[in-house]
Design a protein around this ligand. Sequence first.
Ligand SMILES: Nc1ncnc2c1ncn2[C@@H]1O[C@H](COP(=O)(O)OP(=O)(O)OP(=O)(O)O)[C@@H](O)[C@H]1O
Ligand SMILES: [Mg+2]
Length: 256
Amino acid sequence: MNSFNTEPRQVFSLDNLTVNFPTRKGSVPSPLQNMNLKIDAGRITTILGRSGCGKSTLLRTLGGFIQPEDTGGVLYKQRFMNGPTPEIVMIFQENNLFPWLTVEGNVKFGLRFRKDDTRDQVTAVKEILASVGLTDAAKQYPHELSGGMKQRTAIARALITRPKVLLLDEPFSALDISLKRHMHTLIRELQADTGTSMVMVTHDVEEAITVGDRVLVLGGNPADFLIDANTTASAMLDRYSYDYLELQKKVERVIY
Ligand SMILES: Nc1ncnc2c1ncn2[C@@H]1O[C@H](COP(=O)(O)OP(=O)(O)OP(=O)(O)O)[C@@H](O)[C@H]1O
Ligand SMILES: [Mg+2]
């Protein structure tokens, strides 16, 4: 036993996870029923699946925003979760920017609990805005931004906090292909620098394979993980490699 390595290997474990949605008359079942899965710490796990299969529900549950049935649940670092924690930051599918704050204000909001020097915060905001290509939009308000600019603002707001766990729900769906690839590199570099555990939902097969260390495909009702594959370095780095094309074929056969 290595006493220096006290970090658990798993960041999350789904332990007989069932989610039902509350209604006025009781509840309706979500696609997530009695699910089991271990998600490794310090890696990027990507989740693909048809619309409505339960991806966002799963991600929100990992973030502690949905309380599952008490027949099981989600273990975060070996303990059952019972609500959101500041260690876990989620980028929602709907951005959720504050309309009364500028781009800069929205990003700085991520640092509200920090006691850092104001000058350091200003520098941090500038740096992160530059890395997502929003320097010139710093003083603009959300209603003045394109969909892709809003997404990048939400990403900057999440990244600036340097969370232990980052949950991303279709974060790059509104970006053009070159910005998307730039963001993929940024996310991979951030992960390599900080060891952040990430779970990212996407509809983009290429994105799932080139960003993810592990690719999951969710499907069926009740839902199941139809594919659970580790990516290889050649699949991640080369979209024409044998490994990439094999995994793409396998995934597309299940999804389409
Ligand atoms: N609060 C809720 N109450 C009732 N049903 C819900 C609720 N939230 C989601 N659902 C239903 O649960 C199912 C899964 O929804 P979810 O948002 O997790 O899908 P998704 O896989 O993220 O889809 P998409 O790819 O379109 O974002 C859908 O059928 C949806 O209508
Ligand atoms: Mg969704």
